[in-house]
Design a protein around this ligand. Structure first.
Ligand code: IPE
Ligand code: IPE
Ligand code: MG
Length: 234
């Protein structure tokens, strides 16, 4: 957890979290099936992460599927699962070449088993990339993340500090997000990184995720640079 005033104006976020929302509405506007919006969104997500890494950002965490999203219709979920399969099969090689590490957070036991295998292979294949880390949150819920860390702490039978607790979360070892972007107009967190975003700067935009461009990401970075992060101090 970062503390202190070193994160003030002019700095670059080391870690950007993105709630990639608005895929369905993007597709609807074009009279396309929702799945077409998810496909456009996945492509956007990869391009934006690569762009962020060229700017010097080290971690990008993209919220692609929440625990709650798992109660959507089977057809939509099957489409999303196929996209995740494609992502791990195709992107693992490109990302490795680009020096990007892939990581997944979320409860993978909620997803089809072959995806779990692809995730492990993709993570192993890209391990050690030094350019940046792209963390995909699938089957992820902030409350579930906190609860599983609490249960782990209880199993260990000893009280924990904030730092020790952070390490027990699925994001253990990754710094808290500096900037959280939510596309698609809604002004809420929808169970994303609840503990981790205690002091994260928030950026909301009406742009639907498949329309969120590199240019707009640069605008979000510029907006972040102007923020004064006080962490409760004066
Ligand atoms: C975000 O887009 C991606 C997922 C939640 C899987 P949505 O599918 O929520 O898109 P909208 O909000 O319906 O437009
Ligand atoms: C948040 O979007 C989750 C993801 C983008 C993966 P939702 O579309 O599920 O959020 P709500 O339902 O509008 O809060
Ligand atoms: Mg939505």
């Amino acid at each position: 957890m970062k503390k202190g005033k070193e994160e003030s104006a002019g700095s670059l976020p080391a870690h950007i979290a993105i709630i990639m929302d608005g895929n369905g509405r993007w597709a609807k506007k074009r009279l396309l099936p929702r799945g077409a919006g998810h496909r456009a969104g996945m492509n956007r997500m990869i391009a934006l992460a690569e762009h962020a890494f060229t700017r010097g950002v080290k971690y990008v965490t993209a919220f692609a599927l929440s625990t709650e999203n798992l109660s959507r219709p089977k057809e939509e979920l099957d489409g999303l699962f196929s996209l995740f399969r494609e992502y791990f099969e195709k992107s693992a090689n490109t990302m490795r070449e680009k020096g990007v590490s892939l990581k997944v957070i979320g409860d993978l036991s909620l997803l089809p088993e072959d995806i779990r295998t692809l995730v492990s292979e993709g993570e192993a294949h890209t391990a050690g990339g030094t350019v940046g880390t792209l963390i995909l949150a699938i089957g992820y819920g902030g409350r579930q993340d906190i609860l599983s860390a609490v249960n782990e702490a209880v199993r260990r039978g000893k009280e924990v500090t904030q730092e020790e607790f952070s390490a027990l979360l699925s994001t253990g070892g990754i710094p808290d997000p500096d900037l959280l972007i939510r596309t698609g107009r809604e002004l809420r967190i929808s169970n994303f990184l609840l503990w981790q975003s205690a002091y994260t700067e928030l950026y909301f935009t009406e742009t639907l995720f498949p329309d969120f461009s590199e240019k707009e990401l640069d605008r979000a970075l510029a907006a972040y640079a102007k923020r004064e992060r006080r962490f409760g101090k004066v």
